[in-house]
Design a protein around this ligand. Structure first.
Ligand SMILES: NC(=O)c1ccc[n+]([C@@H]2O[C@H](COP(=O)([O-])OP(=O)(O)OC[C@H]3O[C@@H](n4cnc5c(N)ncnc54)[C@H](O)[C@@H]3O)[C@@H](O)[C@H]2O)c1
Length: 334
C-alpha cells in the first residue's frame, strides 16, 4: 500500500478547485496540507476546507517546510504561467516534486528555461498537468485505434471552445501577462492531446481570430501534420485539426476519422463514445466520465513520486514540445 501523499497547492484560484476536488475524491491517497496565495482570503478558504496551513508566499511555505512545521511530498503549481519560473525554481532548489498547470509557460523562452531546469534535475519528478491524457475516453480511444477499430487514422480533430466573455477583462486575454489567448489556453491542451495520439508533428496551417480590440486571440484554427509513424494505424502524415475558441458556441469534442470508420467523443455527453462504420452504422461504447481526470492525474503524480511508477503524465519536455508547436502556430496564425 502506498502511504498518503501530501501536497501543497500554490495558487488558490479557479483551477485549484479541480485539484481540491481531485484530492477529496482520491479516497485518502492525496491530501492537501498547505495552500499558498498572496490573496490570503483565497488561501485561507481553501486551506480551511482541507485542514491545511495557509501561506502568502512560496518563500514562507519553504521556510516552514525546512523547519518541519508543515510537511508535503509534492507541490501543485496553479498560478498564472507568467509568474511560475521563480516559483518552480524555488521548489526545485528545495527538491520538491512539481505538478504544474498547463501551459508550461506563457512564452517560448520561458518554456525553454523550465524544460532546461527539468533536464538538469532529472531525478526530481516534474510534470505539466495536461489532464486530458487521464480522461478515460482518451485512453479508450487510443486503445481502439491501436487495435484497428477505425483502420488507419486519417485525421484527428479536437475542438475545445466555448463562450467566456469574462475573459475579456482578465489576465487571460492580456497579451503581456498571458502571452496568448484562446489558443494558448485551450489550444495548448489540444496540442498536447493530439501529440499524445500522433506523436511529434509540424504546423501546416494556422488562422487566428480576434474579437476583442487590443486583447489576445479569441479563436484559432490550426492544422498539424504527423512527422512519423506513432504506433499501429498511425502513420507519418496524419492530419490533426485544432479548433480553439473563447467567443463561440460550446464544443468540447474529439473526433478520430479512419479509413475504416469514425470514433467520436463529446465531453458534454461524458459517458459515451460513438463508433460509426463507413456506412454510418453507429454503436455506443460506455465509458467513465472525464470528470475523474484530475483525480487520476493527482494519483499518477503520487505514484510517480512515491513508487517511481511509469505514468502518462506530461513531462516538461512534452510541455516544451507543445509550446514550440504553439509558438509556430501563433506566428503563422496572426
Ligand atoms: N487543466 C485545466 O483544464 C485548466 C483549467 C483552468 C485553468 N488552468 C490553468 O491553471 C492556471 C491558473 O488558472 P486559474 O484559472 O486558476 O487562474 P486564476 O487567476 O483564477 O488563479 C490564479 C491564482 O494564482 C494566485 N497567485 C498569483 N501569484 C501567486 C504567487 N506568487 N504565489 C501563489 N499564488 C499566486 C492568484 O492570486 C490566483 O488566486 C493557468 O495556467 C491556466 O491555464 C488549467
Amino acid at each position: 500500500m502506498s502511504k498518503i501523499f501530501q501536497i501543497a497547492i500554490i495558487g488558490a484560484g479557479g483551477i485549484s478547485g479541480a485539484h481540491s476536488g481531485a484530492a477529496k475524491a482520491s479516497a485518502g491517497r492525496v491530501v492537501i496540507t498547505a495552500v499558498v496565495d498572496p490573496n490570503v482570503e483565497a488561501a485561507a478558504k481553501l486551506a480551511a476546507e482541507h485542514g491545511a496551513q495557509a501561506f502568502a508566499t512560496v518563500a514562507e511555505l519553504l521556510k516552514a517546510h525546512k523547519a518541519g512545521t508543515v510537511t508535503f511530498h509534492g507541490a501543485v503549481v496553479a498560478t498564472p504561467p507568467s509568474i511560475r519560473i521563480d516559483i518552480v525554481s524555488a521548489l526545485v532548489k528545495a527538491k520538491v516534486p512539481v505538478l504544474m498547470e498547463k501551459p508550461i509557460a506563457h512564452t517560448l523562452a520561458g518554456a525553454k528555461k523550465l524544460a532546461s531546469l527539468a533536464a538538469k534535475n532529472k531525478k526530481l519528478p516534474m510534470f505539466v498537468a495536461y489532464c486530458h491524457r487521464f480522461a478515460p475516453a482518451v485512453v479508450t480511444l487510443k486503445e481502439h485505434v491501436a487495435k484497428g477499430r477505425i483502420g488507419r487514422l486519417v485525421r484527428i480533430e479536437n475542438a475545445f471552445a466555448c463562450d467566456l466573455p469574462g475573459h475579456k477583462d482578465k489576465w487571460f486575454s492580456d497579451p503581456k501577462k498571458a502571452g496568448g489567448g484562446a489558443f494558448l489556453d485551450m489550444g495548448s491542451h489540444s496540442l498536447d492531446l493530439l501529440s499524445f495520439f500522433i506523436g511529434p508533428s509540424k504546423v501546416a496551417g494556422s488562422i487566428f481570430d480576434y474579437k476583442w480590440k487590443g486583447r489576445t486571440e479569441t479563436a484559432a484554427t490550426v492544422l498539424l501534420k504527423g512527422a512519423k509513424k506513432n504506433g499501429p494505424n498511425i502513420n507519418a502524415g496524419t492530419a490533426a485539426v485544432i479548433l480553439s475558441g473563447w467567443a463561440e458556441t460550446s464544443r468540447f469534442t474529439l473526433t478520430l476519422e479512419g479509413d475504416g470508420g469514425t470514433l467520436f467523443y463529446d465531453y458534454e455527453k461524458p459517458e459515451e463514445i460513438i463508433f460509426k462504420d463507413l456506412v454510418g452504422k453507429a454503436e455506443t461504447i460506455a465509458i467513465e466520465s472525464h470528470g475523474v481526470r484530475f483525480t487520476k492525474q493527482l494519483v499518477a503524480f503520487a505514484d510517480a513520486v512515491q513508487n517511481k511508477a511509469k505514468t502518462s503524465l506530461a513531462t516538461f519536455a512534452d510541455g516544451l514540445a507543445a509550446a514550440t508547436l504553439g509558438d509556430k502556430a501563433a506566428k503563422m496564425g496572426k
